[in-house]
Write a protein of this length. Structure first.
Length: 262
């Protein structure tokens, strides 16, 4: 049953690959062809005339890496304060922070837009990564749970040696928490790579389009390429994310297991 479910979930991705390799006359055949014969690789070069893939890829990579790095660093610092430091009101403030997860993201859309407008950041990549340097309650929760599993004796020994709290965090906690930190980075990386709503709201310059916005513009444009070329563009947009997930999936699973089960 598990294998059947996995095959059903993978079939849309398989069909995207097959369609992107078909000639235009093979797309609408009945019954549909499960394997393209002959294979047509020209769809990729043809669609890149109207879909500047490498420019969109670079924009997506910059925004995604900056946002993922910022949310991982700042969430880790906040989680360290909640899990390892003792201060008045810590538990209450932690509950308030985690409670913000129940607020729908659409509620923040207009305030964030007005803020970026006043800061003259609309039409740049800053709105795609800047807010994640200040908040991410879900990642804070996961890292807090993990940091609490690290023995206090490690921090106490470091304090006796004269380390500051920042020294303890970067020298002791970060190396011991590498699986959880990598998982947090990759979870946000995947989220931002495929996100459409955020860049669609703030990016009005075609030169700064991300892959998701560029693909949406391609599919809804006045000059629409054939369906097989649409699938070629969709495959090129999703393939880097698939490669990252395959190469680093063990970090995601081990990090989630460590933060959730412990």
């Amino acid at each position: 049953m598990t294998i059947v479910t996995a095959l059903l979930l993978l079939f849309p991705f398989y069909w995207m690959i097959v369609t992107s390799l078909k000639g235009e006359h093979q797309v609408y055949t009945s019954p549909p062809l499960l394997l393209p014969i002959p294979i047509d690789f020209s769809n990729f070069s043809k669609v890149m005339v109207v879909f500047p893939f490498f420019r969109y890829l670079w924009n997506t990579f910059r925004a995604t890496v900056l946002s993922a790095f910022g949310q991982t660093l700042c969430s880790a610092l906040a989680a360290y304060a909640f899990a390892r430091l003792r201060w008045k009101g810590r538990n209450a403030f932690f509950i308030v922070t985690i409670s913000t997860m129940i607020i729908p993201p659409a509620v923040f859309a207009i305030p964030w837009y007005l803020l970026y407008w006043r800061l003259h950041l609309l039409g740049s990549l800053a709105p795609l990564w800047l807010p994640y340097w200040f908040q991410h309650p879900y990642i804070i929760f996961l890292l807090t749970q993990f940091f609490r599993t690290i023995p206090d004796s490690i921090s106490d020994a470091a304090r006796i040696d004269g380390n500051t709290e920042f020294g303890i965090f970067f020298k002791m906690i970060v190396p011991l928490s590498r699986p959880a930190l990598v998982a947090a980075f990759l979870l946000h990386f995947i989220f931002m790579w495929k996100n459409l709503m955020i860049p669609l709201m703030y990016i009005n310059n075609e030169k700064l389009f991300t892959l998701s916005v560029g693909l949406q513009a391609l599919l809804g444009g006045t000059v629409k390429p054939p369906f097989n070329q649409d699938m070629a563009a969709a495959l090129m947009s999703s393939l880097p994310l698939v490669i990252v997930f395959i190469l680093l999936r063990r970090f995601i699973f081990s990090g989630i297991a460590a933060t959730s089960l412990k």
